[in-house]
Structures are given as structure tokens and as C-alpha cells.
Design a protein. Structure first.
Length: 513
């Protein structure tokens, strides 16, 4: 079975397919499933989907970039695992031949690395592979079409439509500069905005290739909710002078929390029962929960430290009274009456406790005062770049859902486009507000511009951004720039793009995030 729009393999042969992503682009990889010619699992062809452009397997882009990309190994291994699964269910006698063919071809890495079609990171590939047409002499069942939800296909098409609507005639890349005569390629400091189409953080949980949504409950509970990178397709760049007001604020959430002795004892007691339930003693836990009240009173009468007349006994008696009165609709505060009667209060064990990280928000204000038609053209394109990029997408297939806006990578640049290490770094951001003030001095003024009839003399633009992911201590540490080992949020922040050629990692003396 061949995928739609997939070019036929040169010289024929049985092929398997999988999709993988690199630098925001999706590539369809065809590999041999022929076990008779010493090329089993060898890559035969790779095609960039959006342009249907074939990339030769000896192309440095494939050898040095895509093959070492974020998901290549994982997606390849998952595809081979699915192939093995289908063969094992239909023609198990072929499996030994496949293993031997992988040894002869030197492709054991992809054949042996995974046992199930869940990928090395426990998730299905971005688009689960369709399987090979056949193995020699062994017909495999058709796996059905690759399950790419139509909404995702629509979003891929809107990314290309955005590029076409923003690119000027004769341009190969959207690279807008203001002012038009700025010398950003040499020593002039500037701020670089890169725009990308958005990829949902758990997209791989939905595009399983099985025609249904699958959730591995145990995996999520035991390992947490894994995420993929958010950057998908590169749209273009804008370069602007660094604004005069620069500020960044890192924050985390701490808050006051209280736990009186009764609450603490109740929770840790319940926690012990819950641990028993996890060990399989569910019935016993339920029985203990029903008999807990009488056991509690027995403990009070037997434990001298909990008897009446002691501080602990007074505290427990107060909470029992609160519970009993609550049954008949009378709500009281035990602490208040203890204070009234004894002149003391219940120790709340007040602590300042960590609640979680915060997402950073920040804004930039730019002033446009064009010197002529070329400057004005650049100014209008900059405004359009951000306003169009932040807009949600209307899907062609239905009106139930709308697509996410594009996202932005921001960096301070100088000295030939190098990162300015003396200023902070950013993670990938959403543009939450773009405010244009065409009358910053309170008076409308314009001049003749034959391209647009007239152009405001001055316009102020304020952009408000919020990062998609929080900052963690590990983000400052020395990173292994292998994309397969990087946290997805750092892949987005550090990875090359059509506008940036190298990984932009932190050094020991950088300000960092």
C-alpha cells in the first residue's frame, strides 16, 4: 500500500513508510522491507511533504540534519515495531528471517530497539506509519490509511497559505527588516522574531494511525504527561531595533498553607489506607473506612495522651463536636471556642510552600516613523506579520473547532547575527496582544504614499507575549544538543531554523533565561 502523493520507489521493491519532523517540516521516509537483497530497513527515499520535494539519501541535509533530528530514530523504530507486530500476528514464521535480514543489512538498531509500536519514548509517532506492501512471498494485511485528523491537515495547509500571503514577489524567504536600510548583518544590535506554525504539545497522543484516540493511563500516571515540541513549520522572520524599555521578570508561586494536627493525622492515616489499596487490598481498605470511627473512639479511650483533660483530647473532642453539630446543620469553628475557653489557639503549622512555576509575560513597544515609501512598506509588513500570525485559524472541514495561532521565537542579536549573551533568552512564545496606535501624539497626521494613498507619520506598536512553558533550573545547565535528549521546550528554543543555522546553547557566563 502506498501513501497518497508518495513518489514511486526507484527500481521498485517492497517499502514501508513513516513521517518524521525536523525544523518544523514533515518528511515522509520510505524504507525497504525486502528481506532478500541485504537492504532490509535501509532508507530508500525521503520527501518533504509540503513541497513534495525529494531529498537524496546522500544529501547532507538528510545525513547531518534530518537523520539526527528530534524524532527520526523514534519514528523509524515505532514503524518497524508496527511492522513486526503485524507480521507476528499474521505470519510469525517470517520474524526470524526479518531478524537475520536486519543483521545482514546492519539495521539491527531499528529492528531490535523497541518491542511494541509505542516508540522509544512511550508514544506513537507523529503520524503512525503505513506498513509495507509486502515481504517477498508473504502478503501483509493492509493497515488502512494513516490517521491524520483532517483538522491537522487543515492547519498544515494554513501554514503554507500564511507564507504565500506574507511573502513578497521575488522573495524566497520572509525576512522583513525595519528600518529598511538597517545594517543588522554587521554590528547593529537588533531583536529577531521567528514565526512558526503551532504544534499541540500532546499531538502524538492523537495521531496514532489506528483511527482512534488511545491513552496509556498507567504510563501517564507513572511517568507524567509527556509532551512534544511546539514548533512545526517555519513561517518567516522580522528584525527590529531593540526597544528602549527592556525588562523581564522570573517568578514562581509560593503560598501560605496551614494544617492543624487533626487534619495532618487524618491525611496521613488516609494515605496509609490508599497505599494498601494500591497493593491490592481494596476490600480491606473499604472495611477499615467504615469501621474507622469506632476504632478512633477506642483509641481515644485507651491512649492516655488522647484522654479528656489533655490538650490532644480537647482538640479531638472539639472536632468531634464540630462534626456532630454539622449533622444537624449547626456550623461552628472549634478553634474559636478553644480560644474563648482557654486563651490558646490551634497551632496551624503555618508554612510558606511551593505551589508551582509561573509563565513569564512581557511586552515590547516599537515606534514606526517611515522616511519614505520603502520604509513605510517595511513597517506595514511588520505589522501584518504579527497581527496575522497571532490570529486563530478557521478550519476548512468544519466549524466545530478553530486552529491555534502561530507562535514566535524571540532572540536578541548583534555582531553579525550572534546571540547577545548579556541579555536574557526566551522560550517559545504566544503573541497575546498586538496594539497599534496610529495617533501616538493625540493628532492624526499622514503623508501621501502612492502605494496606500496615505501613511500615518508615526505609529506605535506594542506586542505582548507569554511563554508557552515555564523556566526550570535544568534549563540553565549544560545541554547535550542531541535533539533526542533535549527537553522539547529547549528543542524549540535552541534548534536551528531556516533563519538560524546553529544551536544557540547557553554558556557558563550567559544571563540565560
Amino acid at each position: 500500500m502506498a501513501l497518497k502523493n508518495m513518489p514511486k520507489p526507484v527500481g521498485g521493491g517492497a517499502l514501508g513508510y513513516f513521517d518524521t519532523t525536523y525544523d518544523g517540516k514533515t518528511y515522509r521516509v520510505a524504507y525497504s522491507t525486502d528481506i532478500a537483497n541485504n537492504n532490509f530497513l535501509k532508507v530508500k527515499k525521503i520527501v518533504e511533504i509540503s513541497t513534495n520535494t525529494e531529498i537524496r539519501t546522500d544529501n547532507p541535509l538528510y545525513i547531518d540534519k534530518i537523520k539526527k533530528g528530534v524524532q527520526f530514530d523514534e519514528d523509524f523504530q515505532a514503524s518497524v515495531s508496527k511492522l513486526k507486530q503485524v507480521v507476528g500476528e499474521t505470519k510469525p514464521n517470517v520474524l526470524p528471517k526479518m531478524e537475520e535480514a536486519a543483521k545482514l543489512a546492519g539495521t539491527e538498531k531499528y529492528y531490535n530497539s523497541v518491542k511494541t509500536a509505542t516508540g522509544t519514548q512511550g508514544t506513537a509517532p507523529a503520524y503512525d506509519p503505513s506498513l509495507a506492501d509486502n515481504l517477498p512471498g508473504e502478503i501483509l494485511p493492509d493497515s488502512g490509511p494513516v490517521a491524520i485528523p483532517q483538522e491537522i491537515k487543515d492547519l498544515q495547509e494554513t501554514a503554507e497559505a500564511t507564507i504565500q500571503s506574507l511573502i513578497a514577489p521575488g522573495e524566497e524567504l520572509i525576512n522583513i527588516i525595519y528600518p529598511e536600510d538597517a545594517n543588522y548583518q554587521n554590528t547593529q544590535d537588533h531583536i529577531l522574531f521567528e514565526q512558526f506554525s503551532y504544534r499541540a504539545p500532546q499531538e502524538r497522543l492523537l495521531t496514532t494511525g489506528q483511527g482512534q484516540i488511545t491513552t496509556n493511563f498507567a504510563q501517564i500516571v507513572t511517568r507524567g504527561l509527556e509532551r512534544n515540541a511546539n514548533v512545526k513549520k517555519f513561517i518567516g522572520t522580522v528584525k527590529l531595533p531593540i526597544p528602549n524599555q527592556l525588562a523581564i521578570s522570573n517568578g514562581v508561586s509560593w503560598g501560605e498553607d496551614r494544617a492543624n494536627p487533626v487534619e495532618a493525622a487524618a491525611f496521613f492515616g488516609a494515605l496509609g489506607l490508599a497505599q494498601q489499596a494500591l497493593n491490592g487490598n481494596v476490600g480491606g481498605v473499604i472495611n477499615q473506612a467504615f469501621t474507622g470511627a469506632s476504632q478512633f473512639l477506642d483509641i481515644m479511650t485507651k491512649d492516655k495522651g488522647l484522654s479528656s483533660g489533655t490538650p490532644s483530647g480537647l482538640l479531638l473532642s472539639s472536632f468531634i463536636s464540630q462534626y456532630l453539630l454539622g449533622k444537624i446543620g449547626i456550623n461552628v469553628d472549634p478553634g474559636q471556642f478553644i480560644a474563648r475557653g482557654t486563651g490558646t489557639t490551634i497551632n496551624p503549622n503555618l508554612e510558606l510552600l511551593f505551589n508551582g512555576p509561573k509563565l513569564r509575560s512581557f511586552s515590547f513597544t516599537f515606534e514606526f516613523a517611515p522616511n519614505g515609501p520603502d520604509d513605510a512598506l517595511a513597517a506595514r509588513r511588520v505589522m501584518r506579520f504579527f497581527r496575522q500570525g497571532m490570529a486563530p485559524k478557521r478550519l476548512a472541514t468544519n466549524t466545530i473547532f478553530i486552529g491555534s495561532p502561530n507562535i514566535f521565537r524571540i532572540s536578541y542579536r548583534g555582531n553579525g547575527g550572534q546571540i547577545i549573551d548579556g541579555l536574557n533568552r526566551f522560550k517559545i512564545c504566544a503573541l497575546t496582544s498586538c496594539e497599534l496606535n496610529f495617533t501616538p501624539e493625540g493628532v492624526y497626521q499622514s503623508y501621501d504614499d502612492p502605494n496606500v494613498t496615505s501613511m500615518p507619520v508615526r505609529t506605535n506598536m506594542t506586542l505582548s507575549f507569554t511563554e508557552l512553558t515555564p523556566i526550570f533550573a535544568q534549563d540553565y545547565e549544560k545541554q547535550d544538543l542531541d535533539p533526542n535528549k533535549l527537553d522539547p521546550s529547549l528543542v524549540d528554543a535552541f534548534s536551528p531554523s531556516d533563519a538560524v543555522e546553529e544551536f544557540t546553547q547557553l554558556k557558563y557566563d550567559d544571563i540565560g533565561f
